[in-house]
Design a protein around this ligand. Structure first.
Ligand code: EPU
Length: 348
């Protein structure tokens, strides 16, 4: 490994505002902050101290000031790392913008990520919560990643099995590693099969393609349809700060689902391969009366009830108050527990 070169970009700064680094635009300061632009710079941060790994900040609730070190991963680069008879292997630095990577792979003629177009955030965050949309998850196209282990000071390689991907879940979330900042993802490699098949069965996507008169879509057409759908339903964080879906879709056992469906036959639901049933959190939230309703300066978006928006000047405490109110009302009406999708960053 190359020795650490102290560069301008890896210098630690004190008392840095994080408001422009989180897509909900919540106020808060980091006691210490460092921008990482190369994996080798991380060797300077092996000491045991409270730290948080920040990517695009699009899946983050800043509860207030953070009394620790924020490692802001801004490692650039993307390349064709390899190719075999079956697939292209595309690598990207953890700090690359996710949507830019999707667009670049499509422009290069390497399809496979098109269903995940326009998801906010960085490449390094994609495997942490196994981002997904319109019938595809990042884990489906994942090959391997490199992460710096702040405990051992070594770079480690994780293959697909080691990441233990689940619905909006991976080993990096489950073990609390993300918040502890034990592993800092520096580079991710995707495997894009050469025998490409469109994934277009998701009802809304199929409807959009049909409306465009496209029976056999290519990857570019799927990306364009996904982009149009997202633009129509999801607010642009630059105009109306938000963190995408604010709650996970709850997955309940078959019996619970059957009981709920008996009383609420219109409840949108998706049976899972293991017999459990995923329920549409947006539907539960809407039925609980929260669609388009505000609590102080925050609210649940009028066009998609699952998206929490900051209408201006909100604090983390106000986001937490709305989170609890929505959870309480959904629990009271349906007996279902909603789990927030973003990471909550609070000082002890
Ligand atoms: N629905 C409502 N009210 C609403 C919105 C939706 O009742 O205000 C019902 C409808 O019946 C609809 C169903 O909920 O059919 C599902 O809605 P949608 O297709 O919009 O998907 P979602 O389950 O709300 C998930 C992901 C999104 C992803 C879309 C499309 C999660 C937590 N969210 O949303 O991901 O874009 O599917 O695949 O799984 C994100 O994670 O940030 C995200 C935006």
């Amino acid at each position: 490994m190359r020795p650490t070169v102290p560069t301008e970009s890896s210098r630690v700064q004190e008392n840095v505002s994080l408001v422009s680094f989180n897509s909900l635009a919540l106020p808060g300061r980091a006691r210490r902050y460092v921008r990482i632009t190369a994996g080798e710079q991380l060797t300077a941060f092996t000491a045991s101290q409270r730290r948080f790994v920040l990517g695009g900040g699009s899946n983050l609730v800043l509860a207030g000031d953070f009394d620790g070190l924020v490692l802001h991963v801004a490692i650039p680069g993307r390349a064709l790392a390899g190719e075999d008879a079956g697939a292209w292997y595309v690598s990207a630095g953890a700090g690359e913008n996710w949507h830019d990577l999707v667009q670049w792979t499509l422009a290069q003629g390497w399809p496979g990520l098109e269903n995940l177009a326009l998801i906010p955030g960085t490449v390094g965050a994609a495997p942490v919560q196994n981002i997904g949309a319109y019938g595809l998850e990042a884990g489906d196209r994942f090959h391997a990643l490199t992460a710096f282990d702040t405990r051992t000071g070594e770079h480690a390689r994780f293959d697909r099995a080691a990441c233990r991907f689940g619905y909006r879940d991976s080993v990096f979330k489950r073990e609390g590693w993300h918040l502890d900042g034990r592993f800092v993802i520096t580079e991710v490699t995707f495997r894009l099969p050469k025998r490409w098949q469109p994934i277009s069965a998701y009802a809304e996507l199929a409807g959009e393609l049909a409306a465009r008169g496209i029976a056999q879509p290519n990857a570019r057409q799927i990306a364009d349809a996904v982009i149009a759908l997202r633009r129509r339903k999801l607010p642009d964080p630059a105009r109306l700060p938000n963190a995408g879906s604010f709650f996970q879709n709850p997955v309940v056992d078959g019996e619970t689902a059957a009981c709920l469906l008996a009383t609420h036959p219109r409840l949108a639901h998706y049976p899972q391969p293991d017999g459990r049933v995923k329920l549409a959190a947006a539907w539960l939230i809407e039925q609980a009366g929260w669609k388009g309703r505000d609590l102080g300066p925050v609210g649940m978006y009028e066009k998609q009830a699952l998206v929490l928006v900051n209408r201006g000047g909100a604090t983390g405490a106000e986001v937490i108050a709305l989170t609890r109110a929505v959870q309480r009302d959904v629990r009271a009406k349906f007996g279902v527990e909603l789990t927030p999708e973003p990471v909550f960053l609070q000082s002890p």
